[in-house]
Ligand binder design. Structure first.
Ligand SMILES: [Zn+2]
Ligand SMILES: [Zn+2]
Length: 129
């Protein structure tokens, strides 16, 4: 029992004081690390069904990690007009990092054409982050 709460405290301590973006970035790494651990468990597992289940769990972890990576990796150009935006705080983006220059953001009425989510100023998202 006390082992469980120690583990939980350690996990919580990892995330303490991090902003949302940093937490997502960290969680992405943990998911990817988790996937390799599941694969290592699977490699040692003799029960075929259990091995399959562990490999499926590894794939889920990778899927979660990839989602978090997608959501935390800023893009460097507008998806609509191709304008380069090397400065990560220029333009607008949605939660999935679909990214548009300011002009295209206005033309799209601040709605992401890919996911229909709100396009927000990247400068503001970074300040939040
Ligand atoms: Zn554009
Ligand atoms: Zn989107």
């Amino acid at each position: 029992m006390s082992n469980t709460s120690d583990a939980e405290k350690r996990m919580a301590a990892l995330f303490e004081g991090l902003n949302r973006m940093q937490q997502m970035t960290l969680l992405a790494r943990l998911e990817m690390a988790g996937a390799s651990i599941y694969r290592a468990f699977a490699a040692e597992e003799k029960n075929a069904k259990a091995r399959e289940a562990l490999l499926a769990a590894a794939k889920d972890e990778e899927k979660n990690g990839n989602l978090l990576r997608l959501m935390t990796t800023p893009k460097d150009k507008c998806e609509r007009c191709g304008k380069l935006m090397p400065v990560a705080s220029d333009g607008v983006s949605c939660s999935f990092q679909c990214t548009f220059c300011a002009e295209c953001g206005t033309a799209l009425k601040s709605v992401c054409p890919n996911c229909t989510g709100a396009l927000e100023s990247r400068a503001r998202l970074q300040a939040h982050a």
